[in-house]
Design a protein around this ligand. Structure first.
Ligand code: NAP
Length: 278
């Protein structure tokens, strides 16, 4: 490990035993942060990641907690503080998916998705922000999703959208020492699970996206690291959409091209109708 811009900082990444969270925890540890890896069911995976980061010269430890339980999250935050002395960087990566339509959504699934995707952010911010304020430095970064900007991903979209509201509210409350930002990735290119559910999904999303590509875990990790650095020290309450333009609102049917004809046409727009009918 050569680059250590975050040396002296402690990072806690929720849901970091596997997938994107593990990638983010790895990037933070490799940048020098002492890193808390959070797991629920995958203790072995979390311990393997920790061993790997230590072998590379980093400092990391694994902490277990059910992210759907505020009491367990508070206990975990205490344990991280006990071992590392505080949390300077909180990455709220926990965010299980669910798109069951509202009329069929069981109440316990509503609770679970809201608790993990949204309530956990508030619970952990409450647990770690006082220490950040005391040390006069802190970064809170929430991994939301492109689903926050559409209305067909049920309670997951709702929770991800609410997380952006919470990001802005916390940014105001926790200034001036703590920045609070969100990243809203579209479908992640190297997220394998979706391929087993629908092998065509990524190809269709690539086609539908203006930039014809999908965001990668490396790119998300790059932004997380950048948000911890000086470049973004004056950016707070912001959501970075990393979705190749997928969530930019568009309307497929285009009237036109309708060219401006100058004053001689006044308000007469009949030439547009000509074009539409023609
Ligand atoms: N995948 C995508 O394409 C995509 C797109 C946009 C946004 N996102 C967002 O990116 C983030 C990461 O998503 P991902 O797809 O890489 O991973 P994911 O499948 O959402 O999450 C896997 C992780 O979640 C943990 N987890 C699950 N239930 C938990 C619980 N009750 N308590 C604590 N941890 C729990 C797992 O830990 P254990 O195995 O230890 O239980 C595992 O480490 C999420 O916020 C997601 O919403 C993902």
């Amino acid at each position: 490990m050569t680059l250590t811009p975050l040396s002296g900082k402690v990072a806690l990444v929720t849901a970091s035993s596997r997938y994107t969270g593990a990638h983010l925890a790895g990037a933070l540890a490799r940048a020098g942060a002492r890193t808390a890896v959070h797991y629920h069911g995958s203790k072995d995976a979390a311990e393997t990641l920790v061993a790997q980061l230590r072998a590379e010269g980093g400092e990391a430890a694994a902490f277990g907690a059910d992210g759907g339980s505020p009491a367990e999250l508070r206990r975990m935050a205490d344990e991280v503080r006990g071992q590392f002395g505080g949390v300077d960087i909180l990455v709220n990566n926990l965010g299980p998916y669910c798109d069951t339509p509202f009329l069929r959504l069981p109440e316990d699934q509503w609770d679970w998705i809201i608790n993990t995707n949204l309530k956990a952010i508030y619970v952990l911010a409450q647990a770690v922000a006082p220490g950040m304020i005391e040390r006069q430095w802190g970064r809170i970064i929430t991994i939301s999703a492109g689903s926050a900007f559409i209305r067909s991903h049920s309670v997951y979209g709702l929770a991800k959208a609410a997380a952006l509201h919470l990001t802005e509210a916390l940014a105001v409350e926790l200034a001036p020492y703590i920045t609070v930002n969100a990243i809203a990735p579209g479908q992640i290119e190297d997220s394998e699970l979706i391929d087993t559910i629908d092998p065509n999904y990524k190809r269709i999303l690539r086609q539908e996206s203006p930039l014809k590509r999908l965001v990668t875990r490396d790119q998300i990790a790059g932004l997380v690291l950048a948000l911890c650095g000086e470049t973004f020290a004056t950016t707070t309450g912001h959501t970075f959409r990393m979705d190749a333009g997928w969530t930019i609102p568009t309307w497929q049917y285009q009237i036109g091209p309708v060219e401006y004809k100058g004053q001689e046409h006044g308000d007469d727009v009949s030439h547009r109708n000509d074009q539409i009918e023609g």
